[in-house]
Design a protein around this ligand. Structure first.
Ligand SMILES: *Cc1c(COP(=O)(O)O)cnc(C)c1O
Length: 343
């Protein structure tokens, strides 16, 4: 029998477990456009409890959560301050510009930004300058290899934005990974933000959904934009139940994914022709630079042997650990990469 595929392309590839599917099958449902789905209500309440926010809204995807947040805060032509490598700039089809009318004040560099970066880009407020409407962070940071913000940096940025009366939003698709890496509850990260999103469909292992959390007024506006975008769903409690199950069962185990990422990085580091920044492997993403071989050629070769990962640039590959990958799978993946580099 051929060995099962080890799929390290993304933590979005996780499939619902049978226990999660049972919870989904049993879920009470109603028409959520009428506000009558009890499972969605339970999920949104749980999100409020975990983030300390007054209100939460269940939306179909992280990209829609990001677009809705921009629509809530930004008037056409307003500026959003954010880092150059943000997910919204790379992977969301330009939706913030196309549909929310955002202009982006981009902080150069590949990763996290700080209070001085934000201060340097605040618009002075003359009538001819675009207005700064929003400050946007990503945590953990996807293109920065899963890096997370120290709490002190978040506090410094939040102090600055509140001093200027600006909203601070978190694209927290992997916010639970940041919390796990810091060893704190999500609440301690969320408290610095006016609003935030987190995804259920990545490391938490649910099939669909993102929670967008903030004040009651924020949710009212977001509800309107969700409907405008066609993201209001009916008996979606059947999928929300998977998310509720994930929040109950799959948060504490994220530390295992981080340990597996570390395990993989340590083994990859010893392979001639590959470089891995071990110190930068802090959550569930591992980036490796390929010295003698194109990233795509390496990924194709390994896929042929049942180990999948993503070429993210011509010379860089990305591995993502998640709940469907065991320590034994990691060892096998490293062995396959080692053999492919030797060949
Ligand atoms: C995955 C991701 C998203 C978007 O998620 P989708 O559900 O795939 O639309 C947003 N932000 C970050 C940082 C992500 O990693």
């Amino acid at each position: 029998m051929p060995e099962a595929i080890v799929d390290l392309r993304s933590d979005t590839v996780t499939a619902p477990s049978s226990a999660m599917r049972e919870a989904m099958a049993r879920a009470p449902v109603g028409d959520d456009v009428y506000g009558e789905d009890p499972t969605i209500a339970a999920l949104e309440n749980k999100a409020c409890e975990l983030t300390g926010k007054a209100a939460a809204l269940y939306v179909p995807s992280g990209s829609m959560a990001n677009l809705i947040a921009q629509m809530v805060y930004v008037r056409r032509g307003d500026e959003v301050i954010l880092g150059q490598d943000s997910h919204v700039l790379f992977y969301e089809s330009g939706s913030g510009a196309a549909l929310a009318g955002c202009l982006y004040a981009v902080v150069p560099g590949s990763g996290l930004i700080n209070a001085a970066d934000v201060r340097a880009r605040l618009q002075a407020g003359s009538f001819y300058a675009p207005r700064t409407a929003l400050v946007w962070l990503e945590n953990t940071h996807n293109r920065a290899g899963g890096a997370f913000y120290p709490l002190g940096d978040l506090a410094a940025i939040a102090a600055l934005t509140s001093q200027h009366g600006l909203p601070l939003h978190l694209d927290g698709a992997r916010a639970f990974n940041a919390a796990a890496a810091l060893g704190v509850p999500l609440l301690e990260i969320a408290q610095h933000f006016d609003s935030l999103s987190f995804c259920l469909s990545k490391g938490l292992g649910a099939p669909v959904g993102t929670l967008l959390c903030g004040t009651a007024a924020f949710r009212n506006e977001a509800l309107r934009f969700r409907k405008m975008l066609g993201g209001a769903m009916r008996q979606a409690g059947i999928v929300a139940a998977g998310g509720l199950y994930a929040l109950q069962h799959n948060v504490a185990r994220l530390a295992d994914d981080h340990a597996n990422a570390r395990r993989l990085a340590e083994q990859l580091q010893g392979i001639p022709g590959l470089t891995v920044d071990l110190a930068a492997t802090v959550t569930n993403l591992v980036l490796a630079d390929v010295v003698h071989q194109g990233a795509k050629a390496l990924a194709d070769r390994c896929a042929h042997h049942g180990v999948r990962f993503a070429p993210v640039t011509p010379s860089r590959v990305r591995f993502v650990t998640h709940l469907d990958v065991s320590a034994a799978d990691i060892d096998r993946a490293a062995a396959v990469v080692r053999q492919a580099m030797r060949d």
